[in-house]
Design a protein around this ligand. Structure first.
Ligand SMILES: [Zn+2]
Length: 484
């Protein structure tokens, strides 16, 4: 018996030793501190070196903690032509911690399932470049944790007491003024920004650079305190504090995206579930688990609206539960409740159309061409007043719900080209490919060599000032630093 116990102990010790040698430790759902967070990412990276990369943003938190992301891709470190880019950012409010642990579990899960041959996960990673940022506010997390994680507000802000989800440049006011003045400038609005309400915090600056650098198509921002998928705009058009539905030109697509999360969560969209607070707080369940941001309450300077108005990215905000700092014992259950929703939402990077805009004489991609969409479903003839632009090598991505559309690609110096497209969005497959061959109005004198950096993009007149704005605000030349 004694011998048996000793053998078991030796066995256990050997198991731990062998897993240490292999660089792998069994992932555990618990609250990981800022050092353990990096260890989990490094462990995932060591198990899945060919499909992951850890990188840090250009700034640290106020207290000097690096801001880490892990990327999943078949070509880590690179944008691949026609492969959509996706991101999840969690724990922006330091005391809202469930998203942080879900991101670590998701990283572990994607690696494990890819390696064990789960064809759905393999297909997702082969078709999509995925970026996960477990915490945008490690300082707030530390304060919330050190003070017991029970307070509704302690740890919410960064270490300068600034709410990061109010610190982004307010592009809504620019957009709403353009709408009133019938100006067609409806995207990449940083160029029009002339002043900031308050200085940008390092965490905000770091994420703005990320948004400018990587051509994201879809993202979500993970919070806690309620249970609902919230879609743009967050800031109301009139300035009203609440109850004012303020939809974007992509309202149909955003509702679809929010529902893609809520209806795959175990009870976000359950109409009979209990709400989080006041008497009428169960209304979110009754409306499919989704809400327009400004209809709930209006906020200015949020990250969600900034993504949509400064880049090609579509972002929603996920409130993952009533309890902002849930106890360790419910983390497994929370993973089970959110897992399918997290995966289904990432797959939405593939709805709509994508393709290449290219010069049909020089046979090369055209960066920064404007893609404009008109919804012509059932005899409608409705312009969607939010254009996306083509990226690096002329590839573009345009999220759309099923229907019939007239899509036009424009670029100065070329004849516009329109195509009629029927979008069906079959599940788990890449977006339908629609290319645009643009004919030069006159033969260009010399075809510039295209670089892979946004800083070298050839901007047309409409977006001519964009480059200066980006350079001034964003200091584009710094690549995220790889950490191994
Ligand atoms: Zn929050």
């Amino acid at each position: 018996m004694l011998k048996g116990a000793a053998t078991t102990m030796v066995h256990a010790a050997l198991l731990i030793l062998s897993s240490l040698v292999a660089g792998t430790l069994q992932f555990q759902l618990k609250h990981h501190n800022n050092e353990e967070l990096l260890q989990v990412l490094q462990d995932v990276n060591s198990r899945c070196p060919n499909i992951t990369r850890i990188y840090t943003l250009t700034e640290t938190s106020v207290l000097g903690t690096p801001l880490y992301l892990i990327e999943f891709s078949t070509k880590p470190g690179h944008h691949e032509i026609m492969k959509p880019e996706f991101k999840y950012i969690a724990n922006m409010h330091g005391n809202e911690v469930l998203g942080r642990e879900l991101m670590l579990k998701l990283a572990d899960f994607l690696c494990e399932q890819y390696m064990s041959g789960n064809s759905n996960i393999q297909s997702l990673i082969e078709k999509t470049r995925i970026h996960l940022m477990p915490t945008m506010n490690p300082d707030g997390w530390q304060l919330a944790t050190d003070t017991g994680g029970k307070d509704y507000l302690i740890g919410r802000t960064n270490n300068n007491s600034v709410d990061l989800n109010r610190n982004f440049p307010n592009l809504n006011r620019i957009m709403y003024s353009n709408e009133e003045n019938h100006l067609d400038h409806n995207n990449h609005l940083l160029a029009q920004l002339t002043r900031l309400k308050e200085p940008l915090q390092p965490e905000t600056k770091a994420v703005i650079r990320l948004i400018m650098q990587i051509p994201f198509v879809l993202s979500a921002n993970l919070h806690g305190g309620d249970l609902v998928a919230n879609y743009p705009y967050d800031e109301s058009r009139t300035g009203s504090q609440k109850d004012e539905y303020s939809g974007t030109p992509d309202d149909e697509t955003f509702k679809h995206l929010a529902l893609a999360y809520s209806t795959h969560h175990s009870d976000m969209a359950n109409p009979t579930r209990r709400g989080c607070g006041d008497v009428d707080s169960n209304r979110f369940g009754k409306q499919g688990g989704i809400t327009n941001g400004a209809k709930w309450y209006s906020l200015a300077g949020g990250m969600q609206d900034f993504n949509y108005l400064s880049s090609n990215d579509f972002e929603i905000t996920l409130e993952l539960g009533c309890d902002k700092y849930p106890p360790t014992k419910v983390l497994q259950q929370e993973w089970d409740r959110n897992k399918e929703a997290l995966l289904n939402y990432m797959w939405q990077s593939h709805i709509g159309v994508k393709g290449i805009v290219y010069d049909n004489v020089a046979k090369r991609g055209i960066a920064n061409a404007v893609i404009h969409v008109k919804n012509i479903t059932n005899g409608k003839y409705q312009d969607i007043q939010h254009d996306v632009v083509s990226v690096h090598d002329g590839d573009y991505f345009r999220l759309l719900t099923p229907g019939k559309y007239k899509i036009t690609a424009y670029k100065d110096g070329y004849l516009p080209h329109s195509r009629i497209v029927t979008v069906t969005n079959p599940a788990h497959s890449s977006a339908q490919r629609v290319d645009f061959a643009l004919k030069p109005i006159s033969v260009p004198p010399y075809v510039r060599i295209q670089s892979n950096s946004y800083a070298d993009l050839d901007f047309d007149d409409k977006y001519g000032d964009l480059q200066e704005a980006w350079t001034n605000w964003i200091n584009l030349n710094r690549e995220p630093i790889a950490v191994q």
